[in-house]
Write a protein that binds this ligand. Sequence first.
Ligand code: NAD
Length: 374
Amino acid sequence: VRVVVAREAAAGERRVALTPDVVGRLQAAGLDLVVEAGAGVAAGFPDADYEKAGATVVPAGSGLGHAEVLAAVGLPDVSGLRAGQVVVGLLQPLLRPQLMEELAGRGVTVVSLDGLPRTLSRAQSMDALSSQANAAGYKAVLVATEHFARYLPLLITAAGTSKPAEVLVLGAGVAGLQAIGTARRLGAVVRAYDVRPAAKGEVQSLGAQFVELTSVGPAAGEGGYARALSAEEQAAQQAELAGHIARHDIVITTAQVPGRRPPELVTADAVAAMRPGSVLVDMGASELGGNVAGSRPGEVVVTPGGVTIVGAGDLASRLATSASAAYARNLTALLGHLVADGELHVDLDDEITAGVVVAHGGAVVHPATAALLH
Ligand code: NAD
């Protein structure tokens, strides 16, 4: 089975789906890698490294003719895909069900890592959402420090003592926990909040304090994720969080609910109540809106009150080498699962396969995506 990797289609995306490091493992699983020239350069992987590892490098734009599988991180250019070909990536099918239906209609098989059953232990090596969230959570802290004009740690020097910075992490999933650990390693005092009750112990085990809200109850949803809050719950949460936000120097928001616009956790009033010099990093920032009122994806906004809001939906891309290396291992594990005896098998009775295959055999087979279509 031949797999092609092209340069990522999204503007500013630096990651690459497969790296020279995994070429041997792909071959062992019966997969040959074809790389379009320059596909890995922005992530630190030149064409020569792919060739050395045993991949074939072809001119940009010519790979799809050679391959059965198009491997990507984000949504690639799907216009050239033909019946029988497979596209795999983090394709966010719940946000674009119509495109999934169109690809199904063209006979394309669509595989998206978003749907992986992440709590299955045999799926853990394939968990690209976690590997990318880890990279992003780490980078979120470093980005915050770039816009913050004070030390993070308690520093006692001959020139005086500086108080440690106080960091609040809203949403303590994979990205939030990595942000907590990173901020702690830089010496900040860290607090965190999440609607899932399970998050409390995880936050505390990292040495951070868990912020309890009295106005909103726990909101665990399906599959270990949070459920969306009602309008009343959200208003109560925003109001109670505002007091905590105002007391912190750096606030990092990571809250997501699968298939939905990220919940707004930080209102314009809460931003206005922060001290000048404070920094917000909104990891949920996207075209759909983010966790912070006034954040804009890919932009840094400084409010009239001197608060910096970083709209950072692309943090894993800014750690492109590490994020790509991890993604490539996740994807290789998944492809290894789907390929047997040199052929791709789509067995929808298998829990992992059923989670990731969105379209196959001319139909949208993934129930959550199909439910949005009818
Ligand atoms: P995510 O990216 O979907 O969301 C990030 C966090 O935002 C979550 O912790 C969520 O609870 C929180 N959130 C959502 N709405 C919120 C709100 N209104 N207020 C505050 N917080 C809010 O989550 P994720 O990082 O992908 O992880 C989700 C869950 O999956 C976690 O329980 C995680 O431990 C679990 N998980 C399990 C495994 C495994 O078992 N191997 C692997 C990965 C993740």
